[in-house]
Design a protein around this ligand. Structure first.
Ligand code: XMP
Length: 318
């Protein structure tokens, strides 16, 4: 019978044999798959695994700093690359959802290729591909590997894609990846994390993206997600987040009328993201969260809760 401990032992031995003293590059996304792949490879080859963690400026509040610190705490040889300005610049004025995705994918590949060139004499590219990715060819939950896969037929191949590929999780399902992660003592803050799309907050800001909108949405999202944790609801939800709508509405603040932004909160139950039901969050929680958001986030004066299921709606709004 398959056990995570046996999988780790066998895979580490295989990786040692296959890779020897050669250098490997891996893109970390903060997600479960790339993290588990990195820890496995690290066990096998130590410092010869060079991890690259890119901040595209579209992550959750403090996510880049906190996750980078966690990775360093695990002993990984990881470089954090803050490319926020490069992504925001490339996205300027763009409001078409598919074009936003393509731009983010393109810039990610450019940034990653630049960083990969700095690792001298690298021979391998490691990816956190899991079995469902192999079948679907494009991952639903994303990260660098999904971004790369969906773009590798555009133009010439970047150099890092000419490296030999190593995919230690290729035969595993998500729940097995989590069990392998647990058996290597990866914490729940990584393994229990909600899925988060590769293009990040860019597809939760409807319309064009500015640094100011990103920062508003980060604050709103932070209040919502922290609230879910504080109320013991985080693990009951498959995925949650906030959308910044391209809508202003009238409100009152003291004696003044305001004309400010509206945000939508979304929380869904799902097993694989293919279908999803909206979650019946307690009214008291929604009431408190809504008040917190409007009181604490300047520029937002209205909060709505999304009660659409998938299909026919999708989880993300773009
Ligand atoms: P939808 O909105 O299609 O989302 O119901 C299903 C799941 O996929 C995630 N998602 C993405 N992940 N790149 C990604 O890496 C994307 O472009 C993308 N679009 C949606 C979404 O967060 C949900 O988990």
């Amino acid at each position: 019978t398959w056990t995570p401990d046996a999988f780790v032992d066998i895979t580490v031995a295989e990786l040692k044999k296959k890779i020897g003293q050669e250098k490997v590059i891996l893109g970390l996304s903060g997600g479960v798959d790339s993290t588990v792949a990195a820890v496995l490879l690290h066990k096998a080859i130590g410092k010869n695994l060079h991890c690259i963690f890119v901040n595209n400026g579209l992550l959750r509040k403090n996510e880049f700093e906190e996750v980078l610190e966690q990775y360093q705490g695990m002993g990984l040889n990881v470089k954090g690359v803050d490319a926020s300005a490069r992504f925001l610049d490339a996205l300027k004025g763009e409001s078409d959802p598919e074009k936003k995705r393509k731009t983010i994918g393109r810039v990610f590949i450019e940034v990653f290729d630049d960083e990969a060139h700095l690792v001298e004499d690298a021979k391998w590219l490691a990816q956190g591909t899991i079995y469902p990715d192999v079948i679907e060819s494009v991952s639903a939950t994303g990260g660098p590997s999904a971004t790369i896969k969906s773009h590798h037929n555009v133009g010439g191949l970047p150099d890092f894609m000419k490296l030999k590929v190593v995919e230690p999780l290729k035969m595993l399902f998500k729940d097995e990846v989590r069990r392998v992660g647990k058996s290597m003592a990866i914490g729940d803050e990584r393994l229990g994390r909600h899925p988060f799309p590769g293009p990040g907050l860019a597809i939760r800001i409807l319309g064009d993206i500015t640094a100011e909108k990103v920062s508003i949405l980060q604050e709103v999202d932070h209040i919502f997600i922290k609230g879910l944790r504080d109320w013991g609801l985080y693990d009951k939800v498959w995925q949650a987040g906030a959308m910044l709508l391209p809508v202003n509405s009238v409100g009152v603040m003291g004696d003044e009328r305001t004309y400010e932004k509206c945000v939508a909160l979304r929380a869904v139950e799902s097993t694989d993201g293919m279908t999803a039901d909206w979650v019946n969050l307690p009214y008291e929680f929604l009431q408190k969260t809504s008040n917190d958001i409007i009181n604490k986030v300047p520029g937002v004066n209205r909060v709505v809760y999304d009660i659409s299921s998938k299909p026919p709606a999708t989880i993300e709004w773009e």
